[in-house]
Design a protein. Structure first.
Length: 456
């Protein structure tokens, strides 16, 4: 592990020779870890102190923000070498973060072949597998012998993203099968490939998103999967590390949306405060307007509250229980959808499960609420002679609002998914706000039913 203190001393003294000697024995992973913790003015010094091969490998491992910073700091000639050397998938991840001016500038630095690859990958939808795939793989014909394949691997395998799996295509480039290189190594050299393959393979569509890819990878013990178009033509491969990186990014965005915040494009500490306020203010204003409906609902029942002030004491208890149950359901359903455990077509099964769950949870809280009122009244007589009506009002309201909150929280993500909106948009605060308003209506409706002619 790199001695950070030693490196800091060398950087502070601008000891280029000492820095070069110290870093000469470190791996690209260690160099990248160091670079990711440095200030911009020190990046260039460290980058120039390491050999070219290590520098190129370390660059691909850097956080996107540091990669972009180095594009401005490094000499144009070195940038040209780096971006032409980068794997297509890593370069696509970098290019899609650049503004138009920077993108055009760096596209011009690519060779004709690399520029064609880059433009093809950038042409696919953002967050699609097409943006992640690499054209660096080994594909062979089914009529080749094992000897032919081994010779081909020796000649072209160095540039392949992975050699764990070899892909079998026909004359038109259509994917026929994939085969682990181990099977080729164990076969006789004169064996034809079509004698080994079985035609059973797993692939991804070029338009699939990260969620689909993660689910497919989790069900198949593969380090890479082939990517095909609608006609079955092999376009590239995508590796597990790239999918996990995109999945981590999408999970972060979903978590932020669940908290009622617009997704942040940069790490928290790097987001300017004005932008942070803007990202949070939008949802906060929407939720505030929603909560104003709660005040309107209470105004509608102000006569009932005036006659029985005791009802107002339980409003926070009632509405928070509904909001909490809705948030729980929304979180569970959104995550289950992300993992592929449920789909839109499962809505009826989800509905039935949540009705049962909501009722059971509501009954648990209702019993606790009833006992609380009964015990408090037994020792203090705070609720007077009509305590039983108040207890029934609170208890039945809890059952009703917890069931309603559970249904809202579980169905809203499915509805949003059905209309093409990110289910994470049904954030916990949003569900809670909706349930607050309806919860008051449920609560005061039961109050009128149980307390009409007594307190009301």
């Amino acid at each position: 592990m790199i001695g950070i203190t030693e490196i800091e001393v060398l950087l502070n003294t601008r000891d280029k020779l000492g820095l070069k000697e110290t870093l000469s024995g470190y791996t690209p992973e260690e160099i990248a870890d160091l670079l990711n913790h440095l200030e911009e003015e020190d990046l260039l010094l460290v980058f120039k102190a390491i050999d070219r091969e290590t520098a190129f490998a370390a660059y691909e491992l850097l956080d996107i923000n540091f990669q972009i910073a180095l594009l401005d700091l490094l000499p144009n000639k070195l940038v040209t070498l780096i971006i032409n050397d980068m794997s297509p998938d890593k370069r696509t991840a970098l290019f899609q973060e650049l503004d138009n001016d920077m993108l055009n500038k760096h596209l011009k630095l690519l060779t004709l072949n690399e520029r064609t690859v880059a433009l093809n990958l950038l042409g696919y939808p953002e967050n699609s597998i097409g943006r992640l795939m690499t054209p660096d793989y080994i594909a062979v014909r089914q009529d080749w012998t094992v000897s032919n394949v081994l010779n081909y691997i020796r000649k072209y395998g160095e540039d392949s993203e992975t050699l764990d799996v070899i892909y079998i295509i026909d004359d038109r480039g259509k994917l026929i099968d994939d085969i682990k290189v181990r099977e080729i190594l164990l076969a006789e050299t004169n064996t034809r490939i079509d004698e080994i393959i079985n035609g059973r393979f797993t692939s991804l569509s070029v338009l699939d998103d990260a969620e689909v890819a993660v689910n497919v990878f989790s069900k198949n013990n593969r380090v890479a999967l082939p990517v095909i178009d609608q006609n079955g033509l092999l376009l590239g491969i995508v590796t597990m590390d790239d999918v996990l990186r995109l999945s981590k990014q999408e999970d972060t965005e979903d978590i932020q949306k669940l908290g009622g915040v617009e997704a942040l494009e940069d790490p928290y500490m790097e987001v300017p405060v004005p932008l942070m306020v803007k990202k949070r203010a939008v949802w906060l204003v929407v939720l505030f307007l929603g909560e104003m409906l709660t005040a309107s609902a209470m105004t509608f029942f102000e006569d009932e509250i005036a006659q029985a002030v005791v009802l107002a004491l339980f409003v926070p208890l009632i509405v928070s229980s509904g909001g909490n149950s809705g948030s729980q359901a929304a979180t569970l359903i959104i995550r289950a959808m992300a993992l592929g455990e449920i789909t839109i077509r499962d809505w009826w099964l989800v509905l039935k499960r949540e009705i049962i769950s909501g009722f059971a949870l509501g009954v648990i809280l209702a019993i606790m609420g009833f006992l609380r009122i009964a015990l408090w009244n037994y020792f203090t007589h705070i609720y007077g002679e009509h305590w039983l009506g108040i207890a029934f009002t609170v208890s039945f309201s809890l059952v009703g609002i917890v069931m309603w909150g559970t249904l809202m929280g579980s169905m809203l993500p499915i509805i949003l998914k059905r209309v093409g909106i990110d289910p994470a948009t049904s954030s916990a605060p949003f569900v809670a706000t909706l349930v607050d308003v309806t919860g008051l209506i449920i609560y005061f409706s039961f109050a009128l039913f149980f307390l009409k002619g007594t307190l009301l």
